[in-house]
Design a binder for this molecule. Structure first.
Ligand code: FES
Length: 106
C-alpha cells in the first residue's frame, strides 16, 4: 500500500543567519525580513518592505531552492544594485519554504 503524505505535519523551515550564527524557525511562507525582525535581527528596509529600495538585500549561502521564485521586479532591482548574481535576494520579497543559510551584507 503506498504511503500517503501526512497533511497534518506543520512545516517550520529554519533560517541560519551566518553573521551571528543564529538559527530560527519560521512559519512556511514567511519573508526573510519578517522572520529576521520578529527575532530582533536587524536588516535594513528603507522602503518598508515594498520591494523598491534594495536595502534589504541578503546573500543566500545555501537553500536557494527553498525560497519563493524571484519576480521580474526583484530581479530588475537587484540588477541595479551591488548584488551578487545567483546569491542575492531581497529579504522582503523572498519567502521561506525550506531551510536556508544566509549572510546579511555589512
Ligand atoms: S525593504 Fe525595500 S526592497 Fe526590501
Amino acid at each position: 500500500m503506498p504511503l500517503k503524505p501526512n497533511r497534518n505535519v506543520v512545516r517550520m523551515p529554519k533560517i541560519h543567519f551566518r553573521n551571528n550564527d543564529r538559527k530560527i524557525e519560521v512559519d512556511e511562507g514567511t519573508s526573510i525580513l519578517e522572520a529576521a525582525l520578529d527575532h530582533d535581527i536587524d536588516i535594513d528596509n528603507d522602503c518598508g518592505a515594498n520591494g523598491v529600495c534594495g536595502t534589504c538585500q541578503v546573500h543566500i549561502e545555501e537553500g536557494h531552492e527553498n525560497l519563493s521564485a524571484m519576480t521580474d521586479e526583484e530581479r530588475e532591482l537587484l540588477e541595479m544594485t551591488d548584488s551578487i548574481p545567483n546569491k542575492s535576494r531581497l529579504a522582503c520579497q523572498a519567502r521561506v519554504v525550506g531551510n536556508i543559510t544566509l549572510t546579511i551584507p555589512e
